[in-house]
Design a protein around this ligand. Structure first.
Ligand SMILES: Cc1cc2nc3c(=O)[nH]c(=O)nc-3n(C[C@H](O)[C@H](O)[C@H](O)COP(=O)(O)O)c2cc1C
Length: 187
């Protein structure tokens, strides 16, 4: 797939076949993330690749319980989150290492979050290029404690996003692009 196709044909894929994603492919996607731009070239990320069924199941279970306890999701929605997690062959969790930020202030923190977002997008495009489906999930923002506890993430490291990866089952949703977005020389 060429570069244009990889960008323009990317869509969120949320349903996967049960086919596993081999480690060499996951490594390529990790490398795509690590190649992203970052503020001051801090490369303030760590990536946790999950492909162990038992760990995924425990994470899914604990996230489901946390969603219900927090009042952010009813039982049905929390169950969908559980299914989403266990029915994904591989998940990458993107984490911001706050100790790698050049300055400990809000601006630097924001740039760290943006750097992590750039890594996520690189991974989504790489996944598309490699024939995989993928989508970005914001769940770590609301389940930080659980992820820290279960995966041994230190307290100065913030899990920020999950990328679900697998071989697509079915076609992704169509989407139209907003058109009123570009401003030349003036708003
Ligand atoms: C910061 C961010 C957070 C997202 N969080 C979620 C999420 O928690 N669950 C989900 O299903 N999709 C999530 N998405 C995917 C978006 O819903 C998706 O990108 C959007 O609907 C556009 O569709 P497309 O990716 O097919 O272009 C997220 C995307 C971004 C950029």
């Amino acid at each position: 797939m060429d570069c244009n196709d990889a960008i323009f044909s990317r869509r969120s894929v949320r349903k996967f076949t049960s086919e596993t994603v081999n480690d060499a492919i996951i490594q390529k996607i990790l490398l795509a993330g690590a190649s992203a731009p970052s503020a001051h070239n801090e490369q303030p990320w760590h990536f946790i690749a999950l492909n162990n069924e038992e760990i995924k199941k425990r994470l899914a279970q604990e996230m489901m319980v946390a969603y219900i306890a927090s009042g952010k999701a009813d039982e049905q929605r929390a169950r969908r989150s559980y299914d989403m997690t266990i029915n994904t062959p591989a998940i990458i969790i993107g984490c911001l290492d706050t100790r790698l930020l050049k300055y400990q202030n809000e601006l630097e923190y924001k740039m760290g979050v943006q750097s992590l977002a750039a890594a996520a997008e690189n991974m989504l495009i790489a996944a598309n290029c490699l024939g995989l489906g993928a989508f970005w999930r914001a769940a770590p923002w609301v389940t930080t404690g659980i992820m820290r506890g279960l995966l041994g993430i230190p307290d100065y490291v913030e899990p920020q996003w999950m990328i679900h990866l697998g071989y697509a089952a079915g076609e992704p949703r169509e989407k139209s692009l907003r058109s009123d977005i570009n401003h030349w020389n003036h708003w």
